[in-house]
Ligand binder design. Structure first.
Ligand code: PMT
Length: 226
């Protein structure tokens, strides 16, 4: 089986971008999707690494694979880049913050009358950075890259746009407005899109079962590469 010889790097959970010593920008990702993927990968791959943002410690206690804990999107980027190798598969289920505060206040921001305006600056796009690394580094030419798309509107259009813009091999769309899909739940409803625009639509199922289906698809793609 093709995955037997692979190092699978899974990312999961949110990132945090600090505004001051007590406040941060983040999102509702629990890490459950990434953990389910890492669990399934561990049963199939040569090596599994789970790189995660801040998640409930109980969810990752006693995992038999390597865990790397990060906090910010920049931290996630550097952990991903340093984990990649010639036999890697990268599955980006994390929900990294796209923006961070332009400045972090050294002291707690005080409440004043009226509105508070916070200026944000763009974080690096991890998948786009990895795609560039793959292009410029022949040892990464076999790297298989799977992304996720958490969408609320124009779901298929937006997922396909991300597949192309981030130069992915496949993308797992979850319409996070649907009951039982997306953030924090134990289930998900995923449609997997490939470069040739073909798709596999999965019904609602546990994140554990969805992970097996996603790995089946990756395995099939790798086998078709020969
Ligand atoms: O953690 P759970 O509670 O189980 O929820 C699972 C999930 C909903 C978070 C997961 O299934 C999911 O959809 N993850 C991707 C969320 C997201 O950030 O989607 P996006 O459409 O904003 O990003 C598209 C892709 O680019 C993702 O693979 C993301 O990891 C990646 N990305 C995003 C931002 C960034 N700066 N760099 C990236 O590489």
């Amino acid at each position: 089986m093709a995955l037997k010889n692979k190092k699978i790097i899974v990312t999961g959970g949110p990132t945090r971008e600090w505004l001051d010593p007590v406040r941060y920008i983040s999102n509702a990702s629990s890490g459950k999707m990434g953990i389910a993927l890492a669990d399934a990968s561990f049963r199939r791959a040569k090596e599994t690494i789970f790189i995660h943002g801040p998640v409930d410690r109980g969810l990752i206690a006693d995992k038999p694979y390597k865990l790397i804990s990060v906090e910010t999107t920049e931290g996630l980027l550097s952990a991903v880049l340093s984990s990649l190798g010639p036999d890697s598969v990268l599955i980006m289920a994390a929900a990294p913050a796209d923006y961070k505060p332009l400045e972090k206040s050294a002291v707690k921001i005080k409440k004043t009358d009226g509105n508070l305006v916070i200026r944000l600056t763009e974080n690096p796009d991890i998948l786009k950075t990895v795609a560039i690394a793959k292009e410029n580094n022949s040892s990464l030419s076999d790297l298989f890259i799977a992304g996720f798309a958490a969408e609320t509107d124009n779901t298929e259009h937006n997922a396909l746009k991300k597949l192309r813009a981030k130069n992915l091999d496949m993308i797992c769309l979850n319409d996070v407005t649907r009951e039982g899909a997306g953030f924090s739940s134990d289930s998900n409803i995923i449609t997997i899109f490939f470069r040739d625009r073909s798709k596999v639509e999965l019904p609602i199922m546990s994140k554990a079962d969805a992970s097996e289906q996603i790995l089946n698809c990756i395995e099939k793609e790798l086998q078709s590469r020969g």
